[in-house]
Design a protein around this ligand. Structure first.
Ligand code: GPV
Length: 801
């Protein structure tokens, strides 16, 4: 949009007056942020209205991306960027004597998600709008987000994340679009006047689902799509019906807190209620919207695509069936044809424990009609497939089995497309986790490698680098990130490589300031900033990184005179509150940090920083400052990873196993520009098949490793006697489930190589440049374009070459 700076300052001052009835100088940064958000919403109102009107008028096919969590990050800057008024506004605010940075930081970071899965969903919303695609999000408006993490005595403590305390300026409550979601009760068949039978529900617990819409502003294209988040409230009949306090609580609890678990199944019925709640509300509102422009169901699947982001929204399948059967009198076959043509599903993990399933008794009690439909899907599936594939394969893949409703199987059977999120992951789905279903439905399986919101992670998070790139290759890459590739022309340009190093230093200084201010640790910005930021999980192997730190520490202590390349090891990670092992690792890292950071003999050769409360905003600060990107999951376990891509585009070199999208990153940037190590996925599976992995052997064969592992239990690191012992036992007594011991030697060798290579600034920066240049292909814009072409069959405006 076009905006004159003077118009903006006038508008802003007026907004402040109208909202707070005080002078500008008497407002807080938070108030300024809220006023600015209001103003932007007003500026963008026509875009938002016209976008939905346009989709309706042109009867465009709409995509609905269902995800139980979205992790959008702060929206102010990205909205300003996408509206093309960032410079005008920031300089206008400056003219008014205000601190633009501080206003941006006053925005609460919505804690509406856990990790990569949810960040991916939010990034795809941005990409859909930026491609001019009719894409909608559908999720839950949690009153409290993921916990706020603090460390007390080195332990993780979870505080409530009250992110909505001051409201959410970006949202619009639309009570007139509310719908009722029914739980429990009895289902029976009632004869209609025309003698047909219709299910009727009695004694249900009804919940009102109220949508809150957030505008998803497209990049420089005037498009604003909608992310619809549902909130659970008492139904309007509350005036007449008596609700006990318990019933009220039951309703309010549905959208009260985000489940803090990441890829572990949570057998609580509240989670199942959350899943049905937003699935049902979303599907009801889609059907209602469809019938605004159509009077029969013939075109439904041509006009609507529903995407199931991991299994949590799988109940959209039986819910759409329910509506078609019970409310629109479709035959089963017609309803099933429409449903499967509409639905598509993304799987995000091969970890068994993350494959959701629900005990049939719980499911049936909570969702009796939906259960009947799942039973019928199961019955027909068995009838159709058993003669062809035999009962063993069918038993192993049917929606119902072992007393459970198996969500991933239901998702595959009820969708026309199933995709993994990196080539290796998709191959493993076919070969292992979903192998039997792949035999039955080979045509459904496809890969869609993840992508990141590069405008957020590069343009916004790393302004100095963006400026430098713009100076060299102009601005076309902003529209088409693959053009970053042209940067390779400068790979031997000494001045440019020097400038790259300067930019990195600037970003490291910025991070160092934050760390000094918030954690009182002084960082040496000449050191290698070695970064591992992701949820804490055994398979991600933060422990391997810990081993390297212990090794470096012992090495410096043993050889005080030896010259070393200084290191700063930076961690950011939340552990699920119930994940005992992960919390022990946090304690160990913090104890190690205490030991190392306070040892005079270590000085600034080595520092360990565990930044509390890692999330999108901290990522935006840390990632541009990284030299090394730790992507060290056990091969086969990380479906894709996305921090690997964010770090790459900011010029960090990957220290990586051949897992997930690391493989594709190495391919894109060239293996000479990354540090790969460790078992391959085939080798890991080889151990599984033979059953002959022995952690002890690796331990016995490597004295250095023995010393490192012993440091967990011999008092080297004070105050971790319990945690150190647990981890020690997980390695030696329980045989090291994630092959930390097997990969140690190769990992350390690569770390040593890094320490030596880092000193050759020019060569290092050349590698860094190769990473930046090759990172464009991992833009979410391309990923979403591939979903649109191959799976959703929806058009989009922007042509990406
Ligand atoms: I399943 N992922 C996640 O963040 N939470 C989950 O519950 C599950 C998966 C992640 C994977 O672990 C990453 O490898 C992947 O990059 C990300 O989803 C997005 O696909």
């Amino acid at each position: 949009m076009k905006l004159k700076e003077s118009d903006f300052t006038t508008d802003f001052v007026n907004e402040i007056k109208a909202m707070y009835a005080v002078d500008l100088k008497d407002t807080s940064a938070l108030e300024q942020f809220i006023a600015l958000g209001q103003l932007l919403k007003r500026y963008n109102a026509d875009n938002w209205t016209n976008t939905s009107k346009g989709y309706r008028k042109n009867d465009l096919k709409q995509v609905y991306y269902f995800s139980i969590e979205f992790l959008p990050g702060r929206l102010l800057q990205s909205n300003l960027l996408n509206l093309d008024i960032l410079d005008t506004v920031s300089s206008g605010l400056k003219k008014l004597g205000l601190n633009y940075e501080k206003i941006c930081q006053a925005e609460p970071d919505p804690g509406l998600g856990n990790g990569g899965l949810d960040r991916l969903a939010a990034g795809y919303m941005d990409a859909m709008a930026s491609l001019g695609m009719a894409g909608n999000g559908n999720g839950i408006r949690y009153r409290y987000g993921l916990f706020k993490q603090v460390f007390m005595n080195g332990y993780q403590v979870e505080l409530p994340d009250d992110w909505l305390r001051n409201g959410n300026v970006w949202e619009v409550r639309r009570e007139n679009r509310a719908c009722v979601v029914r739980f429990g009760g009895h289902v029976w068949l009632q004869e209609q006047a025309d003698k047909t039978l219709r299910p009727v529900y009695d004694y249900t617990d009804d919940v009102l689902a109220v949508p809150y819409d957030i505008g998803m502003v497209g990049y420089h294209n005037g498009v604003t799509n909608t992310l619809r988040l549902w909130s659970a409230e008492l139904p309007p009949s509350a005036d007449h019906t008596y609700y006990s306090q318990k019933q009220r609580d039951n309703i309010n609890d549905i959208t009260k807190v985000l489940y803090p678990d990441d890829s572990s199944d949570e057998g609580r019925s509240l989670r199942l209620r959350q899943e049905y709640f937003f699935s049902s509300a979303g599907i009801q509102s889609i059907v209602r919207h469809y019938f605004l422009e159509h009077n029969n169901l013939k075109q439904f699947a041509q006009k609507v695509a529903v995407h199931i982001n991991d299994t949590h929204p799988t109940l959209v399948i039986p819910e759409l069936m329910r509506i078609l059967l019970d409310e629109y009198d479709c035959s089963w076959d017609v309803a099933w044809q429409i449903t499967t043509a509409t639905m598509s599903y993304t799987n995000h993990t091969i970890m068994q424990e993350a494959l959701e399933s629900w005990p049939i008794d719980m499911f049936k009690g909570l969702l009796p009609r939906i259960y009947q439909i799942v039973e019928e899907i199961d019955r027909r599936y068995r009838n159709e497939k058993t003669p062809i594939f035999g009962s063993k394969v069918v038993d192993n893949t049917a929606p119902l089995g072992n007393g459970q409703v198996r969500m991933a199987y239901l998702a595959v059977i009820g969708s026309h497309s199933v995709n993994g999120v990196a080539p290796l992951h998709t191959e493993l789905l076919k070969k292992d986790v979903l192998a039997d279903l792949y035999r039955i439905y080979p045509e459904k399986f496809n890969n869609k490698t993840n992508g990141i919101a590069d405008r957020r992670w590069l343009e916004l998070a790393n302004r100095p680098l963006t400026k430098l790139i713009d100076q060299r290759i102009g601005m076309n890459w902003h529209d088409n990130p693959k053009q970053l590739q042209t940067l390779t022309a400068f790979e031997n340009d000494t001045e440019f490589l020097h400038q790259l190093a300067e930019v990195k230093l600037t970003n490291k200084q910025r991070l160092a300031e934050y760390v000094k201010e918030n954690m009182n640790i002084t960082l040496n910005t000449d050191a290698i900033f070695d970064v591992q930021i992701k949820r804490l999980h055994a398979y991600k192997r933060q422990l391997l990184h810990v081993f390297e730190i212990i090794r470096e520490y012992q090495d410096i202590k043993d050889n005080p005179q030896k010259s070393v390349t200084p290191r700063v090891h930076i961690f950011g990670a939340k552990a699920a509150p119930s994940y005992h092992y992960a919390k022990s690792v946090i304690k160990v890292i913090n104890a190690l940090a205490d030991l190392v950071n306070n040892d005079q003999a270590i000085g600034d050769k080595l520092k360990v920083v565990f930044v509390p409360n890692y999330g999108v905003s901290l990522g935006e600060l840390i990632i541009p400052a990284a030299d090394v990107s730790e992507q060290i999951s056990t091969a086969s376990k990380e479906a894709s990873g996305t921090s690997n891509m964010k770090l790459m585009t900011n010029g960090a070199l990957s220290l990586a196993t051949l897992d997930g999208a690391n493989i594709d990153i190495v391919k894109a940037a060239g293996s000479e520009n990354e540090y790969t190590f460790g078992l391959t996925s085939d080798e890991v599976y080889g151990y599984y098949h033979r059953g002959d992995y022995q952690a002890q052997k690796f331990f016995d064969g490597n004295q250095e490793l023995q010393r490192v592992v012993n440091a967990l239990i011999d008092g080297t690191i004070p105050e971790i006697s319990t945690e150190g012992r647990e981890i020690y036992n997980s390695l030696l007594q329980y045989n090291d489930e994630y092959f930390v011991m097997a990969d140690y030697e190769d990992y350390v060798a690569k770390q040593k190589q890094i320490s030596s290579d880092f000193n050759d600034v020019k060569t290092w920066q050349k590698k860094s440049l190769a990473n930046i240049a090759a990172s464009g292909t991992f833009s979410a814009d391309y990923a979403v374009a591939r979903y649109a072409e191959d799976i959703w069959q929806v058009p989009f405006d922007r042509i990406l070459k």
